[in-house]
Design a protein around this ligand. Structure first.
Ligand SMILES: [Zn+2]
Length: 423
């Protein structure tokens, strides 16, 4: 791969790995690497066409499937694709699809198929996890993306070739660790373009260390560890709220379809993107510190979606717990450390971490309490973190099947690293 790292690192540092659901298999870790793209004006137009094509095909897929479902008709995946791509191209209103790279259209079909299947499986209780709603149609405005497999893109020297768009300039902020298996080209509402590559990365285990930690995620403190350390919640959205509100007010006063409205919309998008980027950057740094200093990190499996229906929704979203735990998970896999979530319904804030007596629920305002049985004075969050640590250790020992082995001797990362033969 002729991708070289150039010395532009500091300027593009704001776009580290995505931390979007890493998958671990056979030692190598599958991650996404994201780079800024600089398409020429002509290429931007071509990209807009592909985005549009993919969106239309995706929405048509949902429509065809919904109609078939309503009519009680069983429809095969190839038939859906034939109707929304091949047959659609023959109609005057969809003829323009012929000018769009078919790889992107086929991928859009598959995305729609998967979204539909996930919803359907969820409906029929064939899918674990929370209920999934009917897939939403893609919208013309906002985040746009196309997924391309190997036959839809190529790396031409320093540039990224996208079918029917051309060679796009890429800011290679860091070297790709492997040949990517696919790429998603993204157009953000603030006018930025990105390429997100799916790559395999070899784990680079850090020397083993003795420490293990439980973490309690919260709103006042983003993280409180069982060692008593606290990371305050930066509340990036709250900090930008004033500016955002003003920008949104300006936007709402601009006339529909005017150039000034587009400008105002851009301003709002930039502010949102900045909040998002700072939050992600902070999550990466916090996660790295936790993973580097500890052999194992345990966190609570929070019911984030349930909390999102409460009064605290905005604060919960702003904290970005899921993003943080995903970052920890990704880094633990990368550096040969362990990360595990403990059961959701454990009363971690009600049990004394010193003697194990359950003291009953306490209102959120109670930051400190004294155990009635052993007299230990507890900080609410540190106590919860200690319980999470104890739970995590116990669950891991149970998973190992032995009740005797000291948890510290299990070097998960090193083991995973030797199991590479399956590739
Ligand atoms: Zn106690």
């Amino acid at each position: 791969m002729a991708v070289q790292r150039r010395n532009h690192m500091p300027t593009t540092y704001g776009y580290p790995g995505d931390c979007r659901r890493p998958t671990v298999w056979s030692g190598a870790v599958q991650v996404r690497y994201r780079y800024r793209l600089y398409p020429s004006p002509g290429q931007q137009q071509a990209l807009a066409r592909v985005f549009g094509g993919a969106r239309v095909v995706y929405n048509d897929c949902l429509l065809v499937r919904d109609q078939a479902y309503a009519a009680g008709e069983k429809i095969s995946d190839t038939e859906v694709q034939r109707r929304v791509i091949t047959l659609a191209k023959a109609t005057p209103e969809r003829a323009w699809l012929a000018g769009v790279a078919s790889v992107a259209l086929v991928q859009a079909c598959q995305d729609a198929r998967r979204a539909y299947k996930n919803w359907f499986d969820s409906l029929k209780d064939r899918r674990k996890g929370p209920k999934i709603r009917h897939p939403k149609p893609r919208r013309k405005r906002g985040h746009q993306s196309i997924r391309l497999t190997r036959n839809g893109y190529a790396l031409h020297g320093e540039r990224l070739y996208v079918a029917k768009v051309g060679d796009i300039k890429v800011e290679w902020s860091r070297a790709l660790p492997s040949v990517p298996s696919s790429v998603t080209v993204i157009g953000e509402p603030d006018g930025g373009y990105y390429a997100s590559f799916v790559v395999q990365r070899e784990p680079t285990p850090l020397p083993a260390c003795e420490r293990e930690v439980g973490i309690d995620l919260g709103l006042t403190n983003l993280v409180v560890t069982s060692d008593g350390e606290a990371v305050t919640n930066p509340r990036f959205y709250l900090a930008a709220r004033r500016r955002l509100r003003r920008a949104q007010r300006v936007l709402s006063r601009r006339q529909q379809g005017s150039a000034n409205r587009a400008k105002a919309r851009h301003r709002v998008a930039v502010l949102h993107r900045r909040v998002r980027d700072t939050r992600l950057d902070h999550a990466h740094k916090t996660a790295l510190r936790l993973v580097r200093d500890n052999q194992a990190v345990y966190a609570e499996d929070l019911a984030v979606s349930a909390l999102m229906r409460t009064r605290l929704a905005k604060s919960v979203a702003d904290a970005g717990w899921s993003q943080l735990t995903r970052c920890i998970q990704e880094k633990a896999a990368q550096y040969g450390r362990t990360f595990a979530k403990v059961g959701r319904f454990e009363p971690t804030s009600q049990v004394c971490s010193a003697c194990g007596v359950k003291d009953g629920p306490k209102p959120l305002g109670v930051r400190q309490w004294t155990c009635p049985a052993c007299g230990t004075v507890h900080d609410r969050d540190v106590n919860a973190a200690r319980n999470i640590l104890a739970l995590g250790r116990r669950e891991r020992l149970n998973a190992c099947g032995t009740g005797v082995r000291a948890p510290l001797t299990v070097a998960t990362g090193a083991e995973a690293g030797t199991r590479r033969s399956a590739t």
